[in-house]
Design a protein around this ligand. Structure first.
Ligand code: FAD
Length: 450
């Protein structure tokens, strides 16, 4: 991308938050020659070295947003989640019994429950830190401004600039603001207004322990075939999944455990966890899983998982301000699709803002008309599907962690519910994102010509 991208754009867009969704939205806008600046509160890029995976719909959107983003994924070491299986080159997710030992003659036996097929290179896994490092290279070098914590946004008249106010006392101006500032979004508060009860994150009663370990350690615990492909091991009140990242040299492992206690408001949601606690929770599980856990680092990140399920957003836009990604629809991670949903947002926003820029160039409409109409269409197109993900992720967790897995008389009942898991997974993967773009363009054309 050249330094001068967006210099001739009649629109200037400010993005709040330099996470995955902020960076990808910026790439989509810059690709369409719209001037964009990202304001990030942190001193630099913030993601850890743990994994993230992009499903087929998200990958299709990335390609439409900017083929350079797809390239960034490759350069960052993305690999198919189960590409190592030579007899099946497709990426498949496999759900497998992690708890019961059904074959008493082989305590390591694990029953396969369900497989979903995402196709060739259908799901790519990558380390988050590697992804961000590559994404930032796609953008003009002056796009991201660090150490800018948004405190307020003041909208002006029709063609006046919007003013963003930061915690350090400085201000910036833009024609439109897209809040990609995550689950604790400040932009969301501004969009919803001070009296709104919506958009309050609540505890899902699940804690996650994400980490990466060298692939050879995963192989020693699980064997080649299992370790080098995505598996989600299920059991009562917990599940553990893993997949390859970093060109297949590392294995991303995430442990999820249920916690029936409340999470106090003032307690940090990101803590340091102990392997010993995980070992204790999994003491009755299949020995292969216990072996895998023995290879986790002694201390590792622990995240209390919050989402917006209890207090969903009634709308994602207010005038020339909108929210996208986790700021709009933070979900628990059990579908592994939260960022993918944000990528779908990014595609719609990129296309609509390009349209808005073109309409503005024709000179008949004000900035306020073209931008607020674009954000209204974005809200209509994106809200229902992305709010569904929040709800469905909670449901998926309940299916993964059924207490029935511990009761042999209930195994069949528990297994039969996994059919639902398959339907929900394919609903995410098979999304017709091209139709989404076509609908957005048509709705925008109709709205703006009224
Ligand atoms: P964030 O990543 O939260 O970024 C927000 C940014 O905004 C941050 O940099 C923050 O510093 C900044 N910010 C916040 N407030 C301000 C402010 N006031 N001013 C300026 N900057 C601000 N999704 C998938 O698609 N696939 C997966 O495999 C997957 N796995 C997951 C596994 C786990 C364990 C978890 C917890 C989640 C997973 N997700 C996955 C979900 C995914 O991580 C999130 O949906 C995604 O990271 C959200 O990105 P974002 O850019 O919207 O928000």
């Amino acid at each position: 991308m050249s330094q001068s991208a967006g210099e001739d754009s009649p629109l200037e867009v400010a993005i709040v938050g330099c996470g995955i969704v902020g960076l990808i939205t910026a790439a989509g806008l810059a690709r369409r020659r719209i001037k964009v600046t990202i304001f990030e509160q942190g001193q630099g890029l913030r993601e850890l070295g743990t994994g993230i995976a992009f499903n087929p719909a998200a990958q299709g959107c990335l390609e439409m947003i900017d083929p350079e983003v797809t390239m960034a994924l490759r350069m960052g070491g993305a690999v198919g989640l189960s590409a190592a299986n030579e007899d099946d080159p497709h990426d498949c997710l496999r759900w497998i019994d992690g708890y019961n030992q059904r074959d008493k003659s082989d305590p390591y036996y694990q029953k396969y429950y369900l497989k979903t097929n995402a196709g060739y290179r259908g799901i790519q896994g990558i380390r988050r830190d590697h992804l961000l490092e590559q994404l930032i290279r796609v953008l003009p070098s002056d796009t991201v401004v660090f150490k800018k914590r948004l405190e307020d946004v003041v909208e002006g008249g029709d063609d006046e600039k919007i003013v963003l106010k930061f915690a350090d006392g400085t201000v910036a101006e833009a024609d439109a603001v897209i809040g990609c500032d995550g689950i604790k979004s400040k932009t969301r508060n501004i969009v919803l207004g001070p009296d709104s009860t919506a958009g309050k994150p609540t505890y899902t009663h699940v804690n996650s322990y994400p980490t990466v370990i060298p692939m050879e350690k995963a192989v020693s615990a699980l064997g080649e075939r299992k370790a080098r492909a995505f598996h989600n091991h299920l059991g009562p009140d917990a599940n553990i999944l893993h997949y390859p990242v970093a060109h297949g040299t590392m294995c991303n492992v995430t442990v999820f455990v249920r916690n029936d206690e409340e999470w106090p408001q003032d307690k940090p949601t990101a803590l340091v966890g102990q392997r010993a606690d995980i070992e204790h929770r999994f003491r009755d599980w299949n020995p292969a899983i216990r072996d895998l856990i023995s290879h986790l680092p002694e201390t590792l990140p622990t995240w209390a998982v919050f989402d917006l399920w209890d207090y969903p957003l009634p709308f994602y836009n207010k005038g020339r301000i909108c929210v996208a990604g986790d700021a709009a629809h933070a979900s628990s991670p059990h579908h592994g699709a939260g960022a993918g949903m944000g990528v779908e947002d990014a595609l719609v926003l990129s296309v609509l803002m390009a349209d808005a820029s073109m309409k503005l160039g024709k000179g008949k409409l004000s900035k306020s008309q073209v931008i607020s109409s674009a954000f209204a269409v974005y809200n209509d197109i994106r809200r229902t599907r992305s709010q569904w993900l929040v709800q469905s992720s909670r449901r998926i967790c309940d299916l993964h962690q059924q207490k029935e897995w511990a009761d042999p008389t209930k195994w069949l009942k528990a297994e039969s519910t996994l059919e639902e898991l398959k339907d929900r997974t394919y609903k995410i993967w098979n999304y017709d994102f091209r139709q989404m773009v076509a609908e957005a363009a048509e709705s925008y054309g109709m709205l703006i010509s009224r």
